[in-house]
Design a protein around this ligand. Structure first.
Ligand SMILES: C[S@@+](CC[C@H](N)C(=O)[O-])C[C@H]1O[C@@H](n2cnc3c(N)ncnc32)[C@H](O)[C@@H]1O
Length: 212
């Protein structure tokens, strides 16, 4: 991981008490002014990789805490010389130390752990606690996309959005029924392939957070 030029592994104290050195400088890193799109909990990075190839006019950053998973996407993108992608190994909780206000245009949340027990609801990536973090780094006209097999997390997300000011652009409880020809929604991650084999429908929400 340390040998990849496009993988960043901030140390705990680099993001806990202070700002990571590239905060506010990601456009300089990519050497362009193209929109920056994050994938949170990117795992092996399939979504970021597919989007980076499809949309060279955007920059993609996959974030995950597990290095062994990120390694897969990092290696493939390095070998394929894809220049509009990077990976950060850190906890999503530290996102404000890694990105400046309005530095990010879009966020994809792909198959996050649903954290279903009620006592773990604070860990859900579409709960108010995390949405409040995302809002601080996103541009006003952003999009947040959630893809999940968990109907409970999908419903929880819609309920959370109903408790705050937000626009829901699109939603579906079965994307392959509702949007069968959507080539972006049709990108499949490692986890999605597993859930599809189990016969689970895949849900989706596309939303924008408004000022409270
Ligand atoms: C179920 S996996 C999905 C991975 C990938 N998006 C996919 O669809 O194949 C959830 C991922 O989120 C990561 N993750 C969970 N909580 C996280 C956190 N707080 N910060 C960073 N990564 C986290 C895990 O390490 C794991 O790789």
């Amino acid at each position: 991981m340390a040998t990849f030029p496009h993988v960043f592994q901030p140390k705990f104290d680099e993001v806990l008490q202070q700002d990571f050195e590239l905060k506010g400088k990601w456009h300089e890193y990519f050497n362009n002014n193209h929109p920056i799109v994050l994938e949170l909990g990117c795992g092996k990075g399939e979504y970021s990789l597919a989007l980076a190839k499809k949309y060279p006019e955007n920059n993609y950053i996959g974030i995950d805490i597990k290095g062994a998973r990120i390694w897969r996407g990092a290696k493939t993108s390095y070998e394929e010389k894809i220049s509009n992608i990077a990976f950060i190994r850190t906890r999503i909780e530290f996102i404000l130390s890694v990105f400046a206000p309005e530095e990010v245009a879009e966020i994809w949340i792909t198959f996050p752990d649903p954290q279903l027990p009620k006592r773990r609801s604070k860990k859900r990536l579409t709960g108010h606690r995390f949405l409040n973090l995302y809002r601080q780094i996103l541009q006003p006209n952003h999009h947040i996309y959630l893809k999940t097999d968990s109907r409970e997390l999908h419903d929880f997300t819609l309920e959370t959005l109903s408790e705050r000011k937000a626009i829901i652009h699109r939603k579906s409880t079965d994307i392959y029924n509702d949007f069968p020809d959507d080539s972006v929604l049709g990108i499949k991650t490692f986890y999605e392939e597993m859930f599809l084999k189990e016969g689970k429908p895949i849900t989706f929400v596309d939303f924008t957070l408004l000022n409270e």
